[in-house]
Design a protein around this ligand. Sequence first.
Ligand code: UD1
Ligand code: CA
Length: 487
Amino acid sequence: MNAEPADSEIRPGLVVVLAAGAGTRMKSDLAKVLHPILGRPLLGHVLAAVLDTKPRHVVVVVGHQREQVVEYVNRDFPQVLTAVQDEQNGTGHAVRCALNALAADGIELGDEPVMVVAGDTPLLTPATLTDLVSTHVATHASVTVLTAELDDPFGYGRIVRDDDGGVLAIVEQKDATPEQTQIHEINSGMFAFNPDTLVDALNRLTTDNSQGEEYLTDVLAIARSDGKSVSAHQGEDPDEMHGINNRAQLAAATALLRDRINAEHMLAGVTFVDPATAWIEPGAELAPDALIERNSAVDAGSSVGSGAVIGPDTTLIGTQVGAGAHVLRSHCDGAVIHEHATVGPFTFLRPGTELGERGKVGAFVEVKKSTIGPGSKVPHLSYVGDARIGEGSNIGAATIFANYDGEHKHATVVGDHVRVGSDSILVAPVTIGDGAYTAAGSVITEDVPAGAIGIGRERQVNVEGWVARKHPGTSSADAAASSKSTE
Ligand code: UD1
Ligand code: CA
């Protein structure tokens, strides 16, 4: 933003976040402001931006589906207050409800600016809010509205200015004259108010408009007619002001936020093969020289080290990936993958998985609550659950750690440099000692001491001439008869 840098003393005394509306157009049982984009509800994005401006108090006005909204706010933003607006009589009425709730709590407004923002504008940035409040203070205005020039202003309130460019009023789409609908400068729904002006004007709002509501926007005309100064601050990025009303706008805002986040990571040294299909949540940590392949997602609780490659087609949830590791076409939830380890393709790492340095978990392997030591490998088609595997061990293809007896889960311990034969079943609780082997196809129910081989299977029996007797005249019988390799 190119406004003067904010004076560090300038901060809002109060921010009112409007979130009482019905959100009818979402057609959802979930409150509109709780619909997530990139892992965080719309309201959470707004509150994060608001709290970044260090306001003294924040109040969210709730109404429709208020139990859900209050629960979310109390859980994720315990420092934020809520105020109930029982009937949605308009944005002006909503702000009055917030002020009444504060007063009931004995909280005084003071002299600092009061800001109002909508709870459904997830792309809002702290810089824009700070800009708005510093412009408001610097211009000594009694009201400052954040505006934007939109190519398609339909549906928004329009900023009506006089011949000198002074703001006269905001006129809602439904109340606008044909001439006023030609105005492209719109009300973002975000304001900074002088507290006295706000309180006085809120008490004088009428419902004399096409929606029969008390419009917050009428505060401007009231202040203006009282001879107070009203100013408009045009924001630089109209995208920030998009309110979400339906699922199409939800998806569009998600894409914009994705692009914004990815651009930041790219400037910080992360390579994205296809930024349009990389979904990095706010809070995810990507080190410089990490490489994000196409169709991959990294959630807020995950981190990716330098030189690590994620994807294509990989999802990381609460997963830490060390430097130089490679996670290919896999789903990892609650895992720790150490430096230079490899995972995938088609691997499922579940919570409690820890894969040691240069370890490998390969194709079609599922791992749960298990530690796989440095350099150890589970290359193909296996299930590893509740196991502790030492270093340098190899788990043969199609090995199953049978950890569940139908009632309880049990642990398996595999030592260092163990060789588990293909298609082994390790029936927990069981321990395979250091350097031990198991024979392919074994069902291992007893501990195998260090250096031993555990063989848990029947010996093979060959019945000579069986095919010729049981399936005479078949192609198998013919092949056997003409075989030169018999005997
Ligand atoms: C409002 C503005 C409009 C602006 C637009 C920006 C008014 C009268 N109009 O219109 O000038 O261009 O936002 O997006 O302010 N809400 C309540 N209680 C109510 C009514 C609304 O809490 O009684 C909340 C809604 O949940 C929403 C916000 O206020 O978060 C805006 O309400 P909405 O009905 O979406 O207003 P718009 O018609 O979009
Ligand atoms: Ca509306």
